[in-house]
Design a protein around this ligand. Structure first.
Ligand code: PAF
Length: 229
């Protein structure tokens, strides 16, 4: 099935990920490479492959927290080179309001990643990932219909599509996902198996806050009352 990316989804406010001079300085200090284009990312991967080294991808939408960091820790242990992608994917949001509300702070994310010495962060702009002509999407099928799929129509189509794109661009040997997003994990597993993707994917347990709530990027938006509920 195909669906077009609506124009608002590619509008200005979601393009804030373009790194400025300060962010580039943070990267220089952290010894991480910042990669914002598909072409640069491919060159990076080709170089890693040519050196016979294994490559891990930790796909994220930023607002990094302990859940993401546990994925990064595992990736560092299991692979020679680690790439973290930070991309707030517009096609998995079903409303403009939700997309705009999603927390974004690339500078803070880079600071959080600094001690982990990841090799590269792939932070493309929306228009780098979705051209004006973009029209082909992955239809994830039955697994995506109940639960979150029912309350957020099109959400898992957007997830499956961007994950396939990220796998194709980064070409990791292993990709890391959190069990917190359980239905997403099932969708990605079908994607990998049904489309014969040459990537191993590792699922790691939920990381919880002291109050027992699963740590999530969106939970920074919750009030104390909402956290209790
Ligand atoms: O779980 C997420 O953060 C996102 O759904 C993912 C897998 C990075 C795709 O945008």
């Amino acid at each position: 099935a195909c669906s077009r990316v609506r124009r608002w989804e590619l509008s200005r406010p979601i393009l804030r990920l373009r790194p400025g001079p300060r962010v580039r300085r943070i990267f220089a200090r952290a010894n991480m490479q910042i990669i914002t284009t598909v072409a640069e990312m491919r060159t990076f991967t080709r170089d890693v492959q040519a050196r016979g080294r294994s490559l891990a991808l930790v796909p994220t939408m930023g607002a990094l927290h302990e859940g993401h960091l546990s994925l990064v820790r595992h990736a560092k242990k299991q692979c020679d080179v680690v790439v973290v992608s930070i991309f707030v994917n517009p096609t998995q949001f079903d409303s403009r309001e939700d997309l705009m509300r999603y927390p974004r702070d690339l500078e803070k994310d880079l600071e959080v990643l600094r001690p982990f010495k990841v090799d590269a962060v792939f932070a493309p702009r929306a228009e780098e990932m979705y051209s004006e002509q973009f029209s082909v999407s992955v239809e994830p099928g039955e697994i995506a219909k109940p639960h979150e799929g029912a309350s957020r129509p099109g959400h898992f189509r957007g997830v499956a599509t961007v994950v396939l794109k990220l796998f194709n661009i980064v070409r990791p040997n292993i990709a890391y996902f959190g069990q917190k997003d359980f239905q997403q994990v099932l969708v990605v597993r079908r994607l990998v198996e049904d489309l014969d993707l040459d990537v191993r994917f590792v699922i790691l347990p939920i990381v919880r806050d002291a109050d027992g709530l699963a740590i999530s990027s969106r939970n920074v938006l919750l009030s104390a009352e909402e956290r209790k509920a």
